[in-house]
Design a protein around this ligand. Sequence first.
Ligand code: B1M
Length: 212
Amino acid sequence: MNLDPIFESVTEGDVSAVESGVMSALEAGVDAATILNEALIPAMDKVGSLFEEGEYFVPEMLIAARSMQAGLVILKPELVAAGIEPIGKVLMGTVKGDLHDIGKNLVSMMLEGAGFEITDLGTNVSPEKFVEAAKEGINIIGLSALLTTTMPAMKMTIDAFTEAGLRDKVKIIIGGAPVTAEYAEKIGADGFAPDASQAVTLAKSLVALRRL
Ligand code: B1M
């Protein structure tokens, strides 16, 4: 099935066309991961390029993001496996100063699909809020940042866990478009993943390590 109309509808921010396109593709037997990886994500990359080229401004980016979220809502039940015991508990959030949440939501969704229980603190989450919420039983803290200017808040969050005496109780993983493995190492994170599926592999390996 041709997924170009879904791609186009996301770049145009047409929520109802994205919803009907995604539903038609599912009904036609296209699997959810293909719709995600071959239409929705490339469309957001295109929106980013159009923004960089000065063709799109913040409002266009925002309506495109809303239409992608609408597609994700429909795909979620397909991406998330139902009814299994959590293999670990993850506290997720986008760091202080940063309002981008599509990638974070996608990572959360994929982790949920892989059997993790997710507590999502949302966006613009302060280091203190992460520490407060990391109650007993949380295995992994997931930090997302999309802006180079908010990456330092990742280090501030890790430092807050150290200061609270909780750093050795949790594993902290980070990700987001400007984040790198080198940066993760530099700030003392336990791991970095470039995308949602590698975040699942990383989280699973960290949980397995705790059980050794
Ligand atoms: Co913003 N924005 N934005 N934006 N925005 C970017 C990030 C930017 C690269 C655009 C550009 O210039 N090309 C640029 C950042 C430049 C920089 O810092 N280097 C930028 C800017 C500048 C801004 C503003 C400052 C614009 C302004 O106001 N002048 C402003 C900042 C607001 C703020 O946060 N304080 C802003 C605002 C916005 C909107 C609100 C309009 C909207 C966000 C809506 C929302 O999220 N609800 C928006 C959007 C949509 C984008 C782009 C177009 C798309 C981001 C996205 O959702 N990608 C983006 C350009 C781009 O990235 N191509 C851009 C799709 C998503 C699936 O990918 O989030 O990378 P991503 O997540 C991936 C991986 O990174 C990874 O897995 C995900 C799935 O594969 N990942 C993790 C993410 N988190 C992870 C955590 C993990 C592991 C992996 O472990 C815990």
